[in-house]
Design a protein around this ligand. Structure first.
Ligand SMILES: Nc1ncnc2c1ncn2[C@@H]1O[C@H](COP(=O)(O)OP(=O)(O)OP(=O)(O)O)[C@@H](O)[C@H]1O
Length: 301
């Protein structure tokens, strides 16, 4: 079932579009990722969906006519900044949010028991939230957002600044929730996390530059990814290639300098004597970086 359908959403701050004509849907049991650098429009998109900001144009369809009621009843939200009470313990924070959502004490006890198992926060229930690690704080914030059993979760950069192990645990939790049918909208500046999403929206200056499943997006680069070994100075090599072929997106990867181009476009580099390998099997990161660098280079030319 479709939980949210957004069509042509546009919002401007001081005559600069923060969100520019974006359209997407969120289904039950699916994770939609808003991927993009700082200022791309991820938070603004979420704030509009939550009714905190009124879009200049575009429409939002939710399963109920009364949007405010549906959002209050069925949406769990984790804002970008830690928004819990640092002086309250883990349990007191959970209890506070349970009362906000009108849970009875018995309902709270049942839900908290499940959340403690789910988030593995049980041993820390009497610890002040301010004394938790970054990863545990995020698990507590997620637990608070889950107390009223939402159907849709909106998570604004929940894994930024979180250590890799906690980040993996956090994504495991999201996969479990997805398996139970929850729809999830998550934002991140981290390209690696996009692999976990069913649909990825790559935003740049408020516009969707790429949209699709990770396989669809990497598939677009089939036959277009090549590499050169960077045995000497990788950055110097990148600058040299950019000088020879300024319109070809190239970026340093773990296996050398990667180039996104057709074999014909690579001919000036081959003629200069560089040994180019490929085409390689494209990664999702190739689709993002080639698109982003392609736009930036076009703007610079
Ligand atoms: N309240 C505001 N007033 C003016 N400009 C704003 C406001 N909120 C956001 N913007 C601008 O809108 C654009 C999109 O910001 P937004 O916060 O949605 O991006 P983001 O992708 O979430 O990045 P970040 O992670 O930095 O928040 C940016 O250029 C930002 O400066």
């Amino acid at each position: 079932m479709t939980l949210v359908r957004v069509e042509g959403l546009t919002h401007t701050y001081q005559s600069r579009p923060a969100v520019d004509d974006i359209t997407f849907t969120i289904e039950e049991g699916r994770i939609v990722g808003l991927i993009g650098p700082d200022g791309a429009g991820k938070t603004t998109t979420m704030r509009i969906l939550l009714g905190m900001e009124h879009p200049e144009s575009g429409t939002i369809h939710l399963p109920e006519e009364d949007h405010s009621h549906w959002i209050r009843s069925h949406v769990g939200y984790m804002p970008e900044r830690f928004s819990l009470y640092e002086d309250l313990t883990v349990e007191e924070n959970l209890w506070f949010f349970a009362t906000v959502h009108g849970l009875s004490e018995a309902q709270f006890r049942e839900k908290a028991a499940w959340l403690y198992r789910f988030s593995r926060l049980e041993p820390f229930r009497t610890r002040r939230a301010g004394a938790l690690s970054g990863g545990m704080k995020q698990k507590l914030a997620l637990s608070c957002a889950l107390l009223h059993a939402p159907r849709l979760l909106i998570l604004d950069e929940p894994t930024t600044g979180v250590d890799p192990l906690s980040r993996k645990e956090f994504w495991d939790m999201l996969d479990t929730l997805k398996g139970e049918g929850m729809g999830i909208l998550i934002s991140t500046p981290n390209l690696g996390e996009a692999e976990h999403c069913d649909t990825v929206l790559f935003l740049h200056e408020g516009k969707i530059m790429l949209q699709g499943s990770p396989d669809q997006l990497s598939g677009r680069m089939e036959g277009r990814i090549f590499r050169i070994d960077t045995e000497t100075d990788p950055r110097a090599l990148r600058e040299e290639v950019r000088r020879m072929a300024p319109h070809i997106p190239c970026y340093l990867g773990p296996d050398g300098l990667r180039l996104a181009a057709t074999p014909e476009e690579l001919s000036p580099i081959v003629s200069a004597g560089y040994r180019i390998e490929g085409p390689l099997s494209p990664r999702l990161e190739d689709a993002f970086l080639a698109t982003f660098l392609g736009i930036r280079d076009r703007e610079a030319l």
